[in-house]
Design a protein around this ligand. Structure first.
Ligand SMILES: [Zn+2]
Length: 597
């Protein structure tokens, strides 16, 4: 179910927030009036001399699945942008998501809104839709008037938007609260990243789907992206080979234990980008290889640089917003695990890309005129087979088997079969009316809980009614699930695995198609880097416990805007202190207030 307050918001956005701003050749700004914006005099904007200093550009960089400890481990091998972020920026070493659902859509929505999933409603990458009785992705939009649009003549399927995100993004708020002078552009290989970082509308939100660059109808299309898409940056990499870039100093062995590489690759370097072996063209396997290679990160970096040039970001009247979510670390991490040469090498490559990006921003926007945040949407657990070598208790929590156990337990109580509609990650969804019945049937409920607890790898099971309205609790795990709980979308029961036990949904009898994963409330999934650099940021290392939901409120403070429903707080310790607040008020309004108290 979609809360009614959000339906209202969606209608408003559909009607009103076209908010396109046209920057004419002479630098004149024109904001078209829309249904949602009452006409108002342009003189309302402050004069440049009165306006407080603001960053010219806000840059958000998300490295999908980058664990917090990658910075500690690999910093010594970086010479470029990642190193610069640590040395010139504020490094928050104890940043972690406080909630259970450590997945991509959830993390990106948290970073972009400054709210937790209990507030923003993006509870997973995909969940069971109780109304339609089917799985839906977090961005799938059933509105028939919405369509995905392909660049360079591509004809993508589906319709993806942020309509399920229940609060506006920081970027949307910035555009709205600065009279529309902000340009919002986001890129990622994933729709759920590009869309959530942008918000409900944007000048451009672009992702990669099966060889094509894609957007959807609520977002604009930009000519320079079309141009770039026509040059086929992915296809142009066909035939390249990903080889190790460091002469030595790899932490791990040649073959990552338990790894499942993409089709056409071995467990060892080098990794050729030629699709299925023997096929001489860019087939779907080639695009999977490309997405798992450093060349995808470079393509996203080039798109970001071209955006700066084509739109003259940071040169217009407002603060612009540019966001890139680098997806490749996530693909590589799922395939080879966090303890692999592939992860180490992909970060060395990303370090170089970010060096180029920052050099470009320095030249075009000006060093110190932009503020950048780099973080991740979640971490990842070591491959179970690798972890088992340490002697620690680790393994696979097989979800189809758990589902079977629950069905079996309910047989004795004559519940209609199947009683379970879906098990998606940690969320168990019952068929319509089953859970209501269970809540009034303590013996059957206990049998279900016992059956779940008997599944190898299960540490605890939480019921929805234990999580609603964020109850006060001393249990960190119950609190974590409560921060992720959004009524109507979250499951009925929630499975907490034991530490280092991977939730595995592979159907019984089939081979696991990935090395490892994430999505639970343990520090290996929750701990991520948060690095801030540039305008208004006090460099240094910070050890306060913070969350990535603090990034948007910190950006908001730097830009002088207000977020509606944040759960994060301003990272005040890393903000430069203003020189003085003692100067006398100079504006006419302040003068009037002084004389007429
Ligand atoms: Zn992710």
């Amino acid at each position: 179910m979609v809360p009614s307050r959000f339906l209202w918001k969606r209608t408003l956005l559909q009607r009103g927030m076209t908010a396109a701003v046209f920057f004419l050749a002479g630098g004149i700004t024109f904001v078209p009036h829309t249904a949602a914006q009452a006409p108002r005099p342009r003189a309302a904007a402050p004069q440049a001399s009165q306006a407080p200093a603001r960053p010219k550009l806000v840059v958000l960089l998300v490295v999908d699945q980058m664990r917090g400890d990658y910075v500690d481990k690999f910093l010594g091998q970086w010479t470029g942008g990642l190193k610069r972020l640590v040395e010139e920026g504020a490094w928050f070493r104890d940043a972690a998501y406080p909630y259970a659902a450590t997945e991509t859509c959830v993390g990106h929505a948290t970073i972009s809104t400054g709210a937790f999933p209990a507030t923003h409603g993006m509870v997973a990458n995909a969940w069971w839709d109780r109304k339609d009785q089917k799985m839906v992705t977090c961005t799938a939009d059933p509105d028939p008037s919405v369509k995905n649009i392909g660049y360079a003549g591509a004809t993508p399927q589906g319709a993806d938007t942020a309509w399920r995100m229940a609060v506006p993004s920081f970027a949307e708020e910035l555009k709205f609260q600065t009279s529309g002078a902000t340009r919002i552009v986001t890129f990622s290989l994933k729709a759920r990243a590009a869309i959530t970082m942008a918000g409900h509308k944007a000048d451009a939100a672009t992702w990669f789907d099966g060889g094509a660059w894609v957007t959807s109808s609520p977002y604009g299309t930009l000519p320079f992206i079309e141009e770039q898409a026509k040059s086929h940056p992915a296809k142009a990499d066909f035939g390249k080979t990903w080889s190790l870039s460091l002469p030595s100093a790899y932490w791990y062995g040649e073959k990552a234990l338990g790894a499942v590489p993409p089709v056409g690759w071995d467990l060892t370097f080098p990794h050729p980008l030629r699709g299925k072996s023997g096929v001489g063209e860019a087939d779907p396997d080639f695009y999977n290889q490309w997405a798992s290679s450093p060349y995808a990160d470079t393509a996203l970096t080039e798109l970001a640089e071209k955006t700066v040039d084509a739109l003259n970001l940071g040169k217009a009247a407002g603060t612009d917003f540019l966001a890139v979510s680098y997806s490749t670390v996530d693909y590589v991490g799922h395939e080879f695990g966090p303890r692999s040469r592939e992860i180490q090498d992909i970060l060395v490559r990303l370090d170089k890309d970010l060096s180029n990006l920052f050099a470009h921003l320095d030249a075009k926007v000006g060093r110190g005129n932009y503020v950048v945040a780099l973080t991740a949407d979640h971490g990842v657990v070591p491959v179970p087979e690798d972890m088992q070598r340490t002697g620690a208790d680790a393994g696979l929590l097989h979800l189809p088997e758990l589902q079977e156990r629950i069905e079996k337990a309910l047989e004795a109580f004559r519940y209609p079969k199947p009683a379970v509609a879906s098990v998606s990650g940690s969320d168990v969804y019952f068929a319509p009316s089953v859970y209501d019945k269970l809540q009034h049937d303590p013996a059957a409920m206990q049998a279900v809980l016992n059956a779940a607890l008997e599944q190898p790898g299960v540490a605890a099971v939480y019921r929805a009614e234990e999580l609603r309205d964020r109850p006060a609790t001393e249990s960190p795990m119950r609190r974590a699930f409560a921060y992720s709980y959004f009524p109507g979308r979250s499951g009925d029961l929630f499975i907490l695995p034991k530490p280092y036990w991977l939730l595995d949904g592979t159907p019984t009898g089939m081979q696991r198609s990935y090395g490892t994963g994430h999505g639970v409330p343990y520090n290996y999934d929750q701990h991520v880097p948060v690095l801030l650099m540039g305008f208004g940021i006090q460099p240094g290392q910070y050890f306060q416990a913070i969350t990535p939901a603090d990034i948007a409120p910190t950006f908001a403070a730097l830009c002088g805007i207000t977020l509606s429903s944040r759960d994060g707080h301003v990272l005040a310790e890393a903000l430069m202190k203003p020189r003085s607040f003692s100067s006398p008020p100079r504006t006419a309004a302040a003068q009037a207030a002084k004389t007429n108290p």
